[in-house]
Ligand binder design. Structure first.
Ligand code: GUN
Length: 314
């Protein structure tokens, strides 16, 4: 313990800055094209978390001067019906970005997401999930990159945390966060270690990090023992916890989050234990850290896709 609580990296403030920076480009696009940059969001079924995410994306897009249209399909939709919506959006000249909200209903089968994401026109793939965009990212060629990884790097940059030469440890090897964030940090000249559930001496590897990115999906998994004093810790986890015993183990008596839990019956907990705030030099809160950046980068990607399509540069 270094005694000094970590500096909290305020994702809401940074996301607001990003949105302000996008504004003149959105206005210039609208003036040149006679329409706002447009995002089509496809939501299949009624997953409660997805409902909230999609509502936030629609609201944020509208407030920033983008057009966002929601295309809803019932829980019982067939794969060919989902694909038909994607193909229609691919063909529409007034649609610049397409986002199919994950997860798709389990009834569509384990391969459905890959099939649907592969069907999105790579130039409209604002999630950066299409294999063409993933390949371009690996080769450090211009491409649409997944929003959460982009948000992590923006948050570091705009918080004045140096990436070049830093030891960066990423925990979690998902296609959506772990792998792309490792690649972005590598391209910014960090020395990157990508860890996962089979990593030997995970604590020791993490404790060597200047920048530790936790993208595991397990509440409060990263305890102070994983963190070198003064390190920057980026918490990508958004875990809804409903287990009162777990909440009591994570948060000490009298903690504000315990009271939130008593009132609501559930709370969102990151992958990072609250005790890390006593060790880290800088830390992202959950909520209010990486989450708002993800939405800001979705708006940024939609504008980027719109500009690229309309200038014919790709
Ligand atoms: N579900 C949770 N996060 C995401 C995301 O970034 N993109 C999509 N399409 N679905 C999600």
């Amino acid at each position: 313990m270094n005694g000094m609580p970590a500096r909290l990296l305020d994702g809401v403030a940074v996301a607001n800055q990003i949105r302000q920076d996008l504004r003149p480009r959105i206005d210039a696009f609208a003036a040149a094209e006679g329409r706002a940059p447009a995002l089509g969001i496809v939501l299949v079924g009624e997953d409660p978390a997805s409902e909230i995410y999609v509502r936030n994306k629609l609201k944020s897009a509208g407030e920033s001067g983008l057009r966002a249209d929601l295309f809803r399909l019932p829980e019982t939709a067939r794969l060919d019906e989902v694909l038909a919506v994607v193909r229609d959006l691919n063909a529409r000249p007034d649609c610049d970005g397409i986002l199919v909200q994950s997860p798709l209903p389990a009834a569509l089968g384990p391969e459905a997401e890959q099939v649907v994401f592969d069907a999105i026109d790579p130039r409209k793939d604002v999630d950066g999930f299409h294999p063409e965009n993933v390949g371009r990212l690996v080769q450090k060629r211009p491409s649409l990159v997944a929003c959460t990884p982009l948000g992590v790097v923006e948050l570091l940059d705009r918080s004045g945390i140096a990436i070049e030469g830093a030891r960066a440890v990423v925990v979690g090897r998902s296609d959506i966060v772990g792998k792309p964030v490792a690649l972005l940090l590598l391209h910014r000249h960090a020395t990157v270690t990508l860890c996962h559930s089979r990593t030997r001496d995970l604590q020791g590897v993490c404790a060597s990090a200047d920048i530790l990115v936790a993208a595991i999906g397990r509440p409060a998994f990263v305890t102070p023992a994983f963190v070198r004093p003064g390190a920057t810790v980026i918490d990508v986890g958004i875990n809804r916890v409903t287990d009162a015993g777990l909440v009591r183990r994570i948060f000490p008596e009298g903690h504000r989050r315990r009271e939130d839990f008593e009132r609501r019956g559930s709370i969102l907990v990151g992958d990072v234990h609250p005790g890390v705030a006593e060790v880290a030099g800088a830390l992202t809160p959950v909520p209010g850290g990486v989450g708002p950046l993800t939405i800001a980068m979705l708006l940024s990607n939609t504008l980027k896709a719109a500009e690229a399509r309309c200038s014919g540069s790709r």
